[in-house]
Structures are given as structure tokens and as C-alpha cells.
Design a protein around this ligand. Structure first.
Ligand SMILES: Cc1cc2nc3c(=O)[nH]c(=O)nc-3n(C[C@H](O)[C@H](O)[C@H](O)COP(=O)(O)O)c2cc1C
Length: 383
């Protein structure tokens, strides 16, 4: 059995298949899966097919400019990388591989609280702009400590993720006996025989830990860990306290309602990530693209909106921008790349999306990101 050939991957689905080939089953399912019946997971992507792009002809844009700004940061592509936990579990290159992919295309990397490399190590390994994602721990001293470390290490914005007061019901994980770090039983060994390259990494490379937490965090299930540590009682007042502690640009991640978006602006957040955690939390919650138009109308033109979930192609990015997003973000596309081929795979997946945006902007007949407006999009059957 040979490792997957990254060079043959043409789209995200190819990277997904390659990841399934190389990664241990529990690891692939942890990346790939969603909550309950995975209705929201599927809908996040399917909803893009409800829209059609109204391209312009003879517009003379042979070399469109894909750069834009988000939270004052100039980025070369209209996307940032969404935060994701435990990347060294997917491939030993881990968060470094993903951060290098962001660097390569000139965009922002977001490091998860639950990363498997530390805030300081990732900062030292890559030079591009970085944001730090926070879950809210019951222990406020720990929260303050993490924010101070992120500030000291040069992370320029905080993302507060609020759609995970408890972990979603992801049924693939208990079926596979999934934990971080993994506990190895008979089932895992059986699946491991089908993933020899992943296993070789696993047994020969340093142990996988939540690198930003106490190093003696044991191999409890993610559910137990989160239930123990996260503060499900966190409120808007607490969010405002946190903004005060951080004192810099901040994104509220996990919003799908217009009233919550309006409150986020009132509370002092600079940008909103319209997201349902990639369909991993409340199943049957709205797809981010569906939620976008009402949120844009409610917050007005100046608040920056990032659409996160289901983005797989350049056309998906253009649709979100046309409906009022300032930028998009995604996790699975770079995670499939990482799981399939480490840093090289993550870079290939992210470059593929970057290239397809530029290509599709030529076809759309638009020369800049700011030039993409609602005239370029229509809902199917609404002519
Ligand atoms: C394996 C995995 C781990 C994730 N870990 C985190 C995390 O630690 N913090 C967070 O805010 N979101 C996390 N997310 C959610 C992503 O940031 C993002 O909202 C979601 O994956 C977007 O959907 P997409 O993967 O289909 O693009 C994770 C997603 C995946 C797939």
C-alpha cells in the first residue's frame, strides 16, 4: 500500500479521499464528521448550489486582484484559515503545516486553544499574521494567561468561539473510541493496520498533547474534557469582560442569528464569523451562507463578516462575497490536505482554493474583491 499522491488531487473531494486513505479511521472521521444526522454538515455545502453566479462578459479583467483586508490585515486571498484542534493527530506536521499553508498564500492562520503545538512554537515557526482562538474556560486566570501569551507571541486578533458551550453529539467519535491523545485498543489496532503511514508517525514522533494546556492533561474523551473545562454559563457580560482583557481586535465566531450579530457589534466585537462549527455542534442549525444576507442587512455595511462552513471551491468563495461577506474561512479543506500529506498536502489544498478564486474571478468578469456585489448572484428559480 502506497501513501496517497497529493500531486493528483484536483479538488477538495480528492484531498478528502486521500486523507481517508492515509489517516487512521478515527482521525479521518473526527475531521470529516458532524453532529447527529449530519444534516447541517451536508447543508453547509449544498446551500451553495441554491445560488447562481451572474457573470459579466467583456469586462476586461484578465488578471484580477484577489487581495483584500480583514481586521486591518492585508491578505492576498479573500480567506483566512479557521482554527482547528489537535492537528498533530492528523499528521505529525500538525499546526506548523497548516500555518505554513497560510503563509504560502499570504493569509492569516488561526491557532486553536486546543492546538497540539504551543502558541509560542507556532509563532516561532511561521512569519505570517496569526490570530488566536479562545474557548472560554471556567478558570479565568487560565483565560488571562492564554491571552497574555498570545499577545506576547504576536497574535494580532482574538477569535472567541461561542457555539461550543458543550460538545456536539458527534456519533462517529464514540463509535471509533476516539480520544485526544488516542487510547489504543483492539479496534484501533485493527483500523491501524489499514493506516500504516499514520501509525508509523504516531509511534515514532513525540506524543500528541493539548500543547497550550497543562502537560499532564490525560487521555479523557473530548466530551469529558470540554464538559469539565468549558464555561457553558458564559454570557454577553462575560464576553465584554474578555474583550477588555484582550484589548485588541476581536472576532465572535459561531453566530447564525441577526440579533446575536447586532449584539456582538454592540458588545464591541470588530468582526463576526458566521459559523455553525462546520456542522459539528447543533444539527439542523442554518448553513452560514443562508444566514449571511439577513446578518449583513442587520449589521449594516461596516461590520466585517467572515463566512465559515462548506467552502470547497473558488465559486463558493465568490458566492459568499457577493452576498455580503468580507472574507470566508474553512478548516476541512486544509485538514484533508494535512492528513493526506502533511505540510505539503495542506499547502497544496490551500493553493488549489487560492488559484481557483483567481481563475473564477476572470470568468465572473470582476477585477477586485471589493468589486464583487449582489449584482453577481441570484437565488435559483428567483428570476
Ligand atoms: C477537526 C476540526 C476541529 C475543529 N476545531 C475547532 C477549534 O478548536 N476551535 C474552533 O473555533 N473551531 C474548530 N473547528 C471548526 C472550524 O473552525 C470551522 O468553523 C469549521 O470547520 C468550518 O467548516 P468546514 O470545515 O466545512 O470549512 C474545528 C473543525 C474541525 C473540522
Amino acid at each position: 500500500m502506497f501513501p496517497p499522491n497529493i500531486d493528483k488531487c484536483l479538488n477538495v473531494e480528492d484531498f478528502r479521499k486521500a486523507a481517508r486513505k492515509r489517516a487512521h479511521r478515527m482521525v479521518f472521521d473526527y475531521i470529516d464528521g458532524g453532529a447527529d444526522d449530519e444534516i447541517t454538515l451536508a447543508r453547509n455545502s449544498d446551500v451553495f448550489n441554491d445560488y447562481e453566479l451572474q457573470y459579466k462578459v467583456l469586462s476586461g479583467h484578465a488578471n484580477p486582484d484577489t487581495s483584500t483586508t480583514i481586521l486591518g490585515e492585508k491578505i492576498d486571498v479573500p480567506f483566512v484559515l479557521s482554527p482547528s484542534a489537535g492537528n498533530r493527530l492528523f499528521h505529525t506536521d500538525g499546526e506548523r503545516g497548516a500555518a505554513k499553508a497560510a503563509d504560502k498564500v499570504g493569509t492569516v492562520y488561526s491557532l486553536s486553544t486546543l492546538a497540539s503545538l504551543s502558541i509560542e512554537d507556532v509563532a516561532a515557526m511561521t512569519k505570517g499574521p496569526k490570530w488566536f482562538q479562545l474557548y472560554v474556560w471556567k478558570d479565568r486566570t487560565l483565560v488571562k494567561e492564554m491571552l497574555d501569551r498570545a499577545k506576547a507571541a504576536g497574535y494580532t486578533a482574538m477569535i472567541l468561539t461561542v457555539d461550543l458551550p458543550i460538545t456536539g453529539n458527534r456519533e462517529r467519535d464514540p463509535r471509533n473510541g476516539f480520544t485526544i491523545p488516542p487510547k489504543i485498543g483492539l479496534k484501533q489496532i485493527w483500523h491501524g493496520l489499514q493506516a500504516p503511514y499514520w501509525c508509523l508517525d504516531y509511534v515514532t514522533k513525540p506524543a500528541i498533547k493539548y500543547a497550550n494546556l497543562s502537560q499532564d492533561t490525560s487521555a479523557v474523551t473530548l466530551n469529558e474534557f470540554v464538559a469539565e473545562q468549558l464555561d457553558a454559563g458564559f454570557s454577553w457580560d462575560d464576553a465584554e469582560w474578555l474583550l477588555g482583557e484582550w484589548g485588541g481586535p476581536a472576532v465572535l465566531k459561531g453566530v447564525v442569528r441577526a440579533d446575536d450579530a447586532v449584539q456582538a457589534v454592540k458588545s464591541g466585537f470588530n468582526a463576526i464569523s458566521i459559523s455553525n462549527h462546520g456542522g459539528r455542534q447543533l444539527d439542523s442549525s442554518p448553513a452560514p451562507l443562508s444566514a449571511l444576507p439577513a446578518i449583513r442587512d442587520a449589521v449594516g455595511g461596516t461590520t466585517e463578516l467572515i463566512v465559515d462552513g462548506g467552502i470547497r471551491r473558488g465559486t463558493d468563495v465568490l458566492k459568499a462575497l457577493a452576498l455580503g461577506a468580507n472574507a470566508v474561512s474553512f478548516a476541512r479543506p486544509y485538514l484533508y490536505g494535512l492528513a493526506a500529506g502533511g505540510e505539503k498536502g495542506a499547502i497544496a489544498a490551500v493553493e488549489m482554493i487560492a488559484n481557483s478564486i483567481k481563475h473564477d474571478m476572470v470568468l465572473l468578469g470582476v477585477g477586485s474583491i471589493k468589486g464583487i456585489d449582489r449584482s453577481f448572484i441570484k437565488k435559483r428559480n428567483q428570476y
